[in-house]
Every structure is written in structure tokens, then in C-alpha cells.
Design a binder for this molecule. Structure first.
Ligand SMILES: C[S@@+](CC[C@H](N)C(=O)[O-])C[C@H]1O[C@@H](n2cnc3c(N)ncnc32)[C@H](O)[C@@H]1O
Length: 254
């Protein structure tokens, strides 16, 4: 199979997207291609150390028809999905805390006519709105604010097209995110896809791929009511506390 990441046309498309981002003068924050605030991203190919995540993302999206991404940022994962799966329709949500989000999405809308739909706003209101409008998806990428991941998965569970959808959850190397993944498994919201073996621990950046199936309305409402106020995710404060406790335990053991 052709390796897109060395294709001159693909690299040119990436360069075009990067130049729109760079023109805003804002540093580029975390994404599937570059390091957080990497100064020279505009002219660079994607970093090798996040390649396993991109390969899994690409494989997960293959053959899918409509993806919803929570957290589009500079549109890099959107670009990957749109270029690797030519029939895919991409829908992205972002709160637009960075100045380049809208110009980047405008660039992708222009480059992939009729395939890109963008919703600027908070995922906590946009996702329920999309569900109420009857939008359905067979692929989800959960990559917005970490403390909202559980809510995002739960809201996505209302928008599964047909019998199942694929879900990619980013940054599962973080304890708080790994905890969300396990909780979703326990609640029957996500099943790990055995076709996607874990990324070797030597790679710092991790994601997980699973399947979501529709759940009964009563179960959804129960989970929503249970976790509407306190999502089952370690808040930054609780995560910090947990890390502190683990560090102390490790020191005591040493
Ligand atoms: C890690 S970046 C996404 C990277 C992108 N998926 C990529 O790989 O190119 C996270 C994004 O989530 C967005 N975000 C944070 N909180 C959000 C919220 N409450 N609703 C929607 N988007 C949010 C941020 O604005 C940021 O652009």
C-alpha cells in the first residue's frame, strides 16, 4: 500500500494547511503530527515518534463513511482521515480556543469540497445538538479536553450509525484517560478492538481503538444522570493527587 506520508502531493497538502496555521502567529498545540508548540512545524513532515498513533488512526478509519471528531485543533487528524479514506465525510467540533482552528477548518473545507463540516462550540452542547438533529456516525475520534472524554464518549453513544462504530481515544498513556477507557469498557460503552494491539510502551504517545454499539435509552439516561455532575474522570486536581500518591508509594518502596 502507498505510504501517504512520503507522497509529494500529500506533503504539499499538509504544507498548505500548516501555512494557514502559521499565518495566525499562534503556536500550534498538541496534535497527531507534531509536538506541542513545536517551533518549526510549518515546513516539517510529521514526526516519526507519533507515527504508530497515525497508522492506527488511519487503519481504524479505513472503510468508514462518516466521522465525528471532538477536538480538531489545527485539523491534522482531520487531514489524515480525509486523505486516507477518500469517501469519508468529516465532522469536527472545537471550542476554538486557538486562533488557527477556524482558518484551518476553512482550508480543509476548501480542499475537500462537500466532505468537511465544522461546528464551533463546546462539545457538551454541540454533541447533544447533533444527536437531536439526527446525525449519525460510524467513526469517532475523542481528542478534546481530557476531563470531558467520558461525557464525549457518552454523547457519542447516542449517534452510532447502524450496529457499531469505531472509536479512537487519544492520549491513553495518561492515567486519567486510561481510567476513562477502563470505565467505558466496564459500562459496556466501548469494547477494545483486538485487531489493534497496544502500541509498544517505548512510544510515549498512545491511543486506543475500540468498537461502540448502541446502548438502550434507559442505560444511557442512567449513566448520564450518574455522571452529569461528576464525570468518571480524574479531574486535573484528582489526577495530580493520584500521581502524587503513586510517586510517594514508589519512593517508599525504593
Ligand atoms: C489535542 S487538540 C486536538 C488535536 C487534533 N485532533 C489533531 O490531532 O490534529 C484538542 C482540541 O480540543 C479543543 N477543546 C478543548 N475543550 C473543548 C470543548 N469543551 N469542546 C470542544 N473542543 C474543545 C481544543 O480547542 C483543542 O483544539
Amino acid at each position: 500500500m502507498e505510504d501517504l506520508e512520503v507522497s509529494p502531493a500529500w506533503l504539499q497538502g499538509l504544507h498548505d494547511l500548516n501555512s494557514v496555521i502559521a499565518a495566525t502567529g499562534q503556536p500550534l498545540y498538541g496534535n497527531l503530527f507534531y509536538d506541542d508548540q513545536q517551533p518549526d512545524f510549518a515546513d516539517r513532515p510529521p514526526n516519526a515518534h507519533t507515527r504508530p498513533k497515525r497508522d492506527r488512526f488511519r487503519a481504524a478509519v479505513a472503510g468508514r463513511t462518516r466521522m465525528l471528531e471532538v477536538g480538531v485543533n489545527g485539523g491534522h487528524s482531520a487531514y489524515l482521515a480525509l486523505t486516507s479514506t477518500p469517501d469519508l465525510e468529516f465532522h469536527g467540533v472545537d471550542i476554538c480556543e486557538h486562533a488557527y482552528v477556524r482558518p484551518a477548518m476553512a482550508r480543509l473545507t476548501q480542499a475537500f469540497p462537500g466532505r468537511v463540516f465544522f461546528y464551533g462550540g463546546d462539545c457538551r452542547t454541540v454533541l447533544p445538538d447533533l444527536a437531536a438533529r439526527g446525525l449519525r456516525f460510524d467513526a469517532f475520534h475523542i481528542d478534546g479536553a481530557k476531563h470531558l472524554y467520558f461525557t464525549d464518549v457518552l454523547n457519542s453513544a447516542r449517534m452510532i450509525a447502524g450496529d457499531e462504530a469505531v472509536v479512537v481515544v487519544d492520549d491513553t498513556q495518561l492515567k486519567s484517560v486510561a481510567w476513562v477507557w477502563r470505565t467505558c469498557e466496564r459500562y459496556g460503552l466501548i469494547e477494545t478492538d483486538p485487531a489493534f494491539a497496544p502500541i509498544p510502551g517505548s512510544f510515549h504517545d498512545q491511543n486506543k481503538v475500540g468498537r461502540m454499539r448502541p446502548i438502550p435509552r434507559w442505560k444511557w439516561e442512567l449513566l448520564f444522570r450518574l455522571h452529569a455532575r461528576v464525570p468518571p474522570v480524574a479531574s486535573p486536581a484528582v489526577a495530580g493527587l493520584r500521581q502524587g500518591v503513586s510517586a510517594i508509594r514508589e519512593r517508599v518502596r525504593a
